[in-house]
Each structure stands twice: as structure tokens, then as C-alpha cells.
Design a protein around this ligand. Sequence first.
Ligand SMILES: Cc1cc2nc3c(=O)[nH]c(=O)nc-3n(C[C@H](O)[C@H](O)[C@H](O)COP(=O)(O)OP(=O)(O)OC[C@H]3O[C@@H](n4cnc5c(N)ncnc54)[C@H](O)[C@@H]3O)c2cc1C
Length: 388
Amino acid sequence: MLVVGAGPAGAELGRCLAQAGVDVCVIERLPDLRRAAFSSAAMPLAAMQEFGLPAQVVGARWNGWKLLGPSGQWRAWQQDHSLGVVLDFAALRCWLSEQMQAWGGRLHLGWTAIGTEPSVDGGVITHCRDAHGLSHSIRSDWLIDASGQQRALIGDGASGPDPLVSGVGLEWLLKVDQQQWSRWQGALSFVLGSQWVPQGYGWVFPMQPGVLKLGVCRLLDPGRTQPGLQSLQQQLMDQLDLADAEVLDRHGGLMRSRVCRRDSHGHGRLLALGDAVSTGNLLGGEGIRHAMTSARVLGSLLQQPRADLIDRYRQALRDQLGWRWNLTGRLARRTWLGLHSPKADQRLDHWLQILEKCSANDLSALLFDYRFERFGLRALPYVLGLGR
Ligand SMILES: Cc1cc2nc3c(=O)[nH]c(=O)nc-3n(C[C@H](O)[C@H](O)[C@H](O)COP(=O)(O)OP(=O)(O)OC[C@H]3O[C@@H](n4cnc5c(N)ncnc54)[C@H](O)[C@@H]3O)c2cc1C
């Protein structure tokens, strides 16, 4: 089995297959998994437990939420127990890959997959280039595209009724003093409103004592001129009184997902998983645990009889992500693409007022489990796009 990409999806699949005794090789174009750690990597506690992730991949824990709304009002929700973690994304990738190798899987860093062709014996040949520019061809029975939103082998597919929706994010790692740290630690903080980030949002997450993640992201709207993310980021830093912080690292990336997930999940001996089949959720810009879920689903199917594998995989993954998934995509598109006017700001403020009455747990259930029904009829018009 050859897996292309050692992100959460590919490395988790490698780990599952190697643990089951399958001969697996993962190639990753990054020469070092500590580089380009683009993800903010917030995750609910349940997912940590579900995937058995150790303390060494955790940057910080959080037990509450803070939201700055369009009207300039901060709202806070707190629980007395931990609700989630901010992962060290680089440490996560390293740990998953090390686990895979400990179970006998192989990892080639600095290798880029550039194309495939069927092999005469019914398998597949993948053409790659290593870190020195040397070409290699690897034959495998199955090939898995876990290259994330780049979809390096499976491709983007035709743009039909369910087009790819793109979001772009920029994040800076900030070194802050004790006073600033205590202001932001223990909570996921979001900045919502068109005057802060039109068609998107900003965030401040605790990373580790004295280090914060400050980010901005938005959905791409070809029909509108959008201000540069870097200037929005700088503005946010000033507005949140973080202008004096030292910038330790700058990173960012794209998320591209289809709202209804009508992606090709594979053809022939090629299968795809993670962001390559739209498991990145655009509502909260969140995809690590969903990418790992897709790896678990596919990993288990690959160990069973493989008749109708692609259809069974698509269905099993859809079942796993649940019926609420499409709603979240619609809500994301509506909320973020529409957030560029005072009217949209008012609507968002109204929604935040509704949320004031809930607990931090409820908010987690909404943003991580997509349990809109907890908010009953008050939330339904908004979710369905009928709200004021
Ligand atoms: C700015 C930003 C913030 C985010 N914040 C969060 C968050 O807070 N919480 C959360 O859960 N999710 C977050 N996400 C989303 C999350 O990071 C992704 O959904 C997740 O990483 C997807 O995992 P993956 O393994 O499918 O893809 P990736 O993590 O993208 O992994 C794909 C891997 O494939 C490699 N690759 C690509 N092409 C090739 C090739 N041709 N050959 C070899 N290797 C290749 C890449 O180098 C990469 O390592 C964020 C994303 C962005 C952009």
C-alpha cells in the first residue's frame, strides 16, 4: 500500500495499516514534518481520546470560548473542566509517523508524487521525485492520495453542481508576556464581524505558555475585491493590543471542500482521503479529526474483501460524518461569504445574543458536533438561510 502525504489523514492511515500488519509506505514532500505546520489545530477533547493522542502533541488545553462580535462586545463562556486542546500540529504529524514506523511502516520524507499509471499486473505505478531530484517509480496494489486540499493525484474533478469552496488562512505564532498570556490562555477566542475580517473571522488560540496563535481566514469570493489577509492580520494585532508581541513564525494555507462532498473518492486502484475528499469543515475551518476519521474508515475497509470498495467507502464515510455535515457547509457558505455588510453584522449579533444563554458545553456541541437542534426553533431559520 502506498500513501501520498503524511498529514493527519495519511499518517493515521499508515499507522492503522502498519499496526494491522499491512505492508505500507508513506511518501511526503516535506523534508521535515516540523516544517510548514500551517494548522491552528484546535480539537475537542473527545477526539483526542478517540484517536488515543498523547500529551506530547498537545500545545495547550482550553475550557471556554470568547467571541468578539460585530458590535465590539466580548462574550465569554467557561466550563470548570477541559473542553479541548490546541495541538502542536508539527508534533502531531511527527508522532503519527513515528508510530507508523514503530509498527513497521516506511516513511520517505522529501518525496513528491508526480503521476501514476496502471501496472501490467493490475496494480498501480507511482512516479515520484526525491529530495535530490532523483526519479523513482513505486509499484503498489493500492495507492492512496492523502495530499490534502492539493488533491495531487485524484485531481479536482469537474466543477458541477457541488463546486469546490475555498478558504484561505494566515496564522502568526506570537511570543507574549505573562500579562498577555493570562488574558488569552484557557479559551478559544474568535473575532467576528465585517469590520475585523470581511467574509471570514480572526482567532487567538493559546499554543503553549507565553505563545499564542493569531490568525485570520476567509472564504474566497471571486465576485468581490477582498483586502489582503496580511493587512487584516496586522490590524487585528493592533486592535487586540498584541502589536508589541514578537512574531516567531508565519504560516498559512488553503482549505478547499465541496459542501455536499460529491468528490471522487477513487477510481481503479487509486483512493483518496482527508481534505482530498472534502473532510475539511468550512464552518470552523476544522479538519484534523475528520481527516483522521476518513483514515480509520478506509483503513478498516482495506482489510476486508475489496469488492465495491469505493462505493462502500464513500457511503461509510458519509455515515460517519453524519447528516448534519451538509448543513454545516451551507451555513459556512452563507455566514462567511455573506459577512460583508452592516445587515450581515446585525444578523450575526442577533445569533450571538441567542448563544449568550447557552453554556460553554452547548457551544462546543454546536461548533464541533453541529448540534443546531439544541438551539431549537430559534436557530433553525438561521441554519436554513431564512434568518433576519
Ligand atoms: C490556516 C489553517 C488553520 C486550520 N486550523 C484548524 C484547526 O484549528 N483545527 C482543525 O481541526 N483543522 C484546522 N485546519 C484544517 C486542517 O489542518 C486540515 O483539515 C487537515 O490538516 C487535513 O489533513 P490531511 O491529512 O487531509 O491534509 P494535510 O494536512 O494538508 O496533509 C497533506 C500532506 O500531503 C503532502 N503532499 C501534498 N502533495 C504531495 C505530493 N504530491 N507528494 C507527496 N506529498 C504531498 C503535504 O505536504 C501534506 O503534508 C486548518 C487549516 C488551515 C489552512
